[in-house]
Design a protein around this ligand. Structure first.
Ligand SMILES: [Zn+2]
Length: 305
């Protein structure tokens, strides 16, 4: 070990003692990546849902209970996105730290800009899986920044000795995200107001951020499978408005989208809404790079405008 420089020894001396990392579980790979961006080597983080899965419907495997039992912090999307699978996992973990309302439970939606919040009666009874507003809000980089800040604040509260470290990691992420946003804005500038259709309402924040116009959905309501009557209406509307882009999340059956594509001449674009949705999508920033590349290639191919 003679080759270790004084600087390297100083770094070793500053490293946290073994086991000092905050043990974090995130419900999705997007949140897990934001924890990693801010937490660096002072956190250990794993996600429950995989990026290629529909986050509304995830199998509640017993292995997650064991992991949650050992967690210091649970970061969730909230707005009932995980209502079908997370509550029993939390309950069975018997870990007081990560119960909703406890210090180790962070609902990332609390500081995010959430769209489509119903003003009238809550409609879950009708099968709508977005009764508390659109839970796919991480697909706006502004929200990625807000979530990262909330995570940095929470980690600093839980590990005050590392607060400066988390603050500097957050500042670095904020800077890299701002640079990426300039690139994305330039890419999307020619396509403001472009009309698209999406399968599920996963892209409300995404289209809001990049000024696209969603004129309809393949699902009649969020979480309700396509019906023949709704599909016929949608095809008519797409023809009337000359819509050439149909965005589909990778976990939906392509049969209906493809028949809509044949009828209307629209291109079916399978767009992953999460980190880990494709192997190239390794982090939060590359998620947008990947999706915007796909989208622009489809726009150019169809001549959509
Ligand atoms: Zn949804």
């Amino acid at each position: 070990m003679r080759l270790l420089s004084i600087a390297a020894l100083a770094v070793l001396a500053m490293a946290p003692p073994a086991g000092a990392a905050v043990n974090v579980m995130a419900t999705t790979e997007d949140l897990a990546d934001l924890v990693r961006q801010v937490g660096g080597d002072r956190v250990k983080v794993e996600s429950i849902a995989r990026g290629y899965q529909d986050p509304h419907f995830v199998e509640a495997k017993p292995s997650f209970i064991l992991k949650l039992a050992k967690a210091d912090l649970l970061v969730a999307v909230g707005r009932e996105l995980e209502i079908g699978w997370l509550p029993p996992l939390i309950q069975q973990s018997r870990n007081a730290k990560v119960q909703p309302g406890a210090e180790g439970y962070l609902d990332a939606s609390l500081t995010a800009k959430v769209l489509e919040i119903p003003t009238g009666q809550i409609t879950r009874a009708m099968g709508d899986v977005h009764p508390l507003g659109n839970p796919h809000y991480w697909l706006d980089p502004g929200n990625g920044r807000r979530i990262a800040k909330a995570i940095a604040d929470k980690l600093s509260q839980m590990a005050p000795a590392d607060a400066a470290y988390f603050a500097s990691r957050y500042a670095d992420f904020d800077r890299r995200l701002a640079e990426a946003e300039k690139r994305w804005d330039a890419t999307m500038a020619p396509y403001k107001g472009l009309k698209v259709v999406t399968y599920h309402r996963s892209w409300a924040n995404f289209v809001d951020r990049f000024s696209l116009d969603v004129i309809g959905y393949v699902e009649p309501r969020p979480g309700i499978p396509p019906s023949p009557g709704h599909t016929i209406d949608l095809i008519g509307e797409m023809k009337r408005q000359n819509v050439k882009i149909l965005m589909v999340e990778p976990y939906f059956d392509l049969k209906t989208p493809q028949s809509i594509g044949r009828e209307t001449g629209a291109k079916v674009v399978v767009m992953p809404p999460s980190v880990g949705g494709e192997k190239e999508i390794t982090d939060y920033i590359s998620l947008f790079d990947y999706d915007l590349n796909l989208l622009v290639a489809a726009i150019k191919e169809t001549g959509a405008k």
